[in-house]
Ligand binder design. Structure first.
Ligand SMILES: [Zn+2]
Length: 345
């Protein structure tokens, strides 16, 4: 099928046209997190013909994801496929004319500048503010726009950040919300339709930006509640702060952060899972490790990960970069101990 037929309905829309389509085909977009929001934006942008998509995700597909993460099915969950790989496989079947690069990784100060390099735009599909502040700093430092999105319950929020033109995330939210004060998908649940709505606004903003029509952007902190039928666009005109540490003073504390001295842990929202990241990048031979850990419990090896089934209902999923998901606990201490016991760190 020729490109003309594939994109005909989109090209017919006057604001896009052949010229806009050519710009989309030449564009590179990085999506950080292909969970609920990231699945929707990746789906739209793949079908729209974005020339190069980079997908970054740290997690594997779980049955509890299938209610809202539209690129995955039961076979992905049963196989424990990394989301980045499962999404890329699905998207390649949808559009074989574009380039898709999956990365099974947790975006961090170590890898952000490498993984996001060359992207014309970064789209937030993550589920935590730590990653969003990191993306925000990368965006301002490199002058690359990004689109924030978040959804919990039946409501969500999105903001398009264009460095030098709009406020950045830090202008509007100088501090991450303190832990425990914010509803999360774990405490409040999340309904699938709000995901599509917020992510579709993100995808439309992406298309406008990539074809060079910033005047068409919504220019607001957009808040939508599909249960209460409330759509608010809070103008962000004049909300740039000259003394904003990131876009005003150009301090990039998260991005330039020093390496941690010990392994870091992070709980994955609503998953009864703790991620353990080693203090340095490793390159592991998972097959050799499987042999070494044969006494620890039953194991499964696939091209992306090694899974060990431990006593007490805990399973340990290790990636080749040394990062692990300890499933069956919410306790960072337990996860750290499991990691240390198996990996000797
Ligand atoms: Zn700012």
């Amino acid at each position: 099928m020729g490109a003309d037929a594939r994109y005909a309905r989109q090209v017919r829309y006057p604001a896009i046209g052949e010229h806009g389509q050519a710009r989309l085909l030449a564009a590179s977009v990085a999506i950080v997190g292909v969970g609920a929001l990231g699945c929707v934006t990746a789906n739209h942008l793949t079908r729209a013909g974005i020339g190069k998509l980079t997908l970054i995700d740290r997690d594997i597909v779980d049955r509890s994801n299938l209610q809202r993460q539209m690129l995955y099915d039961e076979s992905d969950a049963d196989a424990g496929m990394p989301k980045a790989i499962a999404a890329a496989n699905r998207l390649k079947a949808i559009n074989g004319d574009i380039e898709i690069y999956p990365h099974v990784a947790d975006l961090s100060s170590f890898n952000a500048e490498m993984l996001l390099a060359g992207a014309d735009l970064v789209i937030d599909g993550s589920d935590n503010f730590g990653v969003r502040y990191l993306i925000n700093e990368y965006s301002v430092k490199l002058g690359v726009p990004w689109i924030y999105g978040g959804a919990v319950g039946a409501s969500g929020m999105t903001l398009t950040v264009i460095p030098g033109s709009t406020p950045c995330l830090c202008c509007l939210f100088p501090e991450p919300p303190p832990g425990g004060t914010l509803d999360t998908c774990e405490t409040a649940g999340v309904l699938s339709p709000i995901i599509d709505t917020i992510a579709s606004v993100q995808a439309m903003e992406a298309i406008k930006l990539l074809i060079g029509q910033p005047e068409a952007l919504h220019g607001s902190l957009m808040q939508i509640d599909l249960w209460q039928h409330q759509w608010h666009s809070l103008s962000v005109d004049g909300a740039r702060k000259p003394n904003c540490p990131v876009c005003g003073l150009r301090r990039f504390d998260a991005l330039d952060g020093d390496a941690p001295l010990e392994a870091m842990t992070a709980s994955l929202c609503g998953r009864n899972t703790v991620q353990v990241t080693p203090s340095r990048q490793l390159t592991l031979d998972l097959g050799t490790l499987q042999n070494r850990l044969v006494k620890a419990g039953r194991s499964e090896l696939n091209p992306y990960s090694l899974r060990l089934h431990l006593p007490d209902g805990i399973s340990f999923l290790l990636f080749a970069d040394g990062r692990a998901l300890v499933m069956g606990t919410d306790e960072p201490m337990i996860a750290r101990r499991v990691y240390a016991d198996l990996m000797g760190e």
